[in-house]
Design a protein around this ligand. Structure first.
Ligand code: NDP
Length: 308
């Protein structure tokens, strides 16, 4: 059976950065790209806040660059999905979708997280054309325009206040009669004059044309519906970490994120490391994921050196 020193699962900035470092440390990493090659960045438009790209870069172009850089140093990038990991013995026995099995002396989990969407057909139609799940990534495109944010948690409040600094008017669409966010975040929202909180409202449909979003039709809990003209529609109803593969095998927090030893990428299983959004409920930024991918590769290298 094939045996690899370092198996990396996931192909976002965390996975590819881990691959670059692992490959340069002669660990001959094998990287499985997973269901969404390139990860969440491939679903955004322009990335303007990743250091080193003064003119910005498209998410797809950045992921192509990272993939090429990882391959240049010898990473074996494979299309495919890891189906299961046996964590009870080392090297770990890993099953790949399709039937292959490999043995891995160390594993870096970089499977990311996925933003939750409402599930409306109109939301899907305008994804990347005015519908976004990342205000930090895309808010800048709606400067001086009107936008809506859906959600009542800390993320929604944070994104609404961020957007309020750029946009003319921000509508916060909240399904309950109260915000779930912390008191401090609530106060920031209520003290920001260009945020209008629409309590007990749901999204019935995202409206638009060939150029993108033009409005949203909201439905009040009493059944009344009306339209609001907007050009950006932001989801902030939570993320779910992609940890199905390791559920029951690694320690997860109450939201399902992989728990790592503070300041490291070490998980509850020796020899398995985590990087990127799969273990980061707070920051969820590409640059942070890339940095944590570097940490995971360095941790894996040290682990392998100590366990020859
Ligand atoms: P949360 O799960 O806390 O909040 C999700 C929000 O989205 C809730 O208001 C929820 O409504 C709403 N929602 C969920 N599904 C739907 C739906 N289908 N339609 C309409 N609304 C919906 O997620 P967050 O991402 O806000 O936060 C995740 C964690 O990260 C929290 O622990 C939070 O405190 C933390 N965080 C902390 C920050 C900080 O401290 N600066 C910043 C950002 C996040 P309802 O209330 O009705 O369930």
């Amino acid at each position: 059976m094939e045996q690899v020193k370092c198996l990396i699962i996931g192909s976002g900035p965390a996975g590819f950065t881990a691959a670059i470092y692992a490959a340069r440390a002669s660990l001959s990493p094998v990287l499985y790209e997973g269901i969404e090659p390139g990860g969440q960045l491939t679903t955004t438009t322009e990335i303007e806040n990743f250091p080193g790209y003064p003119e910005g870069i498209s998410g797809n172009a950045m992921m192509d660059d990272l993939r090429r850089q990882a391959k240049r140093f010898g990473t074996d990038v494979r299309t495919g999905i890891v189906a299961s990991i046996d964590t009870t013995q080392r090297p770990f026995r890993v099953a790949i979708d399709g039937g292959d099995e490999i043995l891995a002396e160390s594993i870096i989990i970089a499977t990311g997280a996925s933003a939750k969407y409402l599930g409306l057909p109109s939301e899907l139609r305008f994804r990347g054309m005015g519908v976004s799940a990342c205000a930090t990534c895309d808010g800048f495109f709606y400067r001086k325009q009107d936008v809506a944010v859906v959600g009542g948690g800390d993320t929604a409040c944070e994104e609404a206040t961020y957007l309020a600094s750029l946009c003319r008017q921000v509508y916060l669409i909240v399904r309950k009669p109260f915000l779930r966010a912390s008191k401090a975040m609530q106060e920031r929202v209520f003290n920001t004059p260009n945020i209008k909180v629409l309590f007990e409202h749901n999204t019935a449909e995202v409206l638009g044309d060939d150029d993108g979003v033009t409005g949203v039709r909201v439905r009040k809990n009493d059944g009344e519906e009306y339209e609001i003209p907007i050009s950006g529609f932001f989801l902030a109803i939570g993320h779910h970490p992609n940890t199905e593969l390791v559920a029951g095998k690694l320690a997860l927090d109450e939201q399902g994120y992989i728990v790592t030893v503070a300041g490291t990428s070490r998980t509850s299983c020796e020899g398995i490391f985590a990087a990127g959004d799969v273990c980061d409920p707070h920051y969820r930024q590409a640059i942070v994921a890339a940095g944590s991918g570097c940490i995971a590769a360095l941790d894996a290298e040290r682990f392998l050196a100590a366990n020859k």
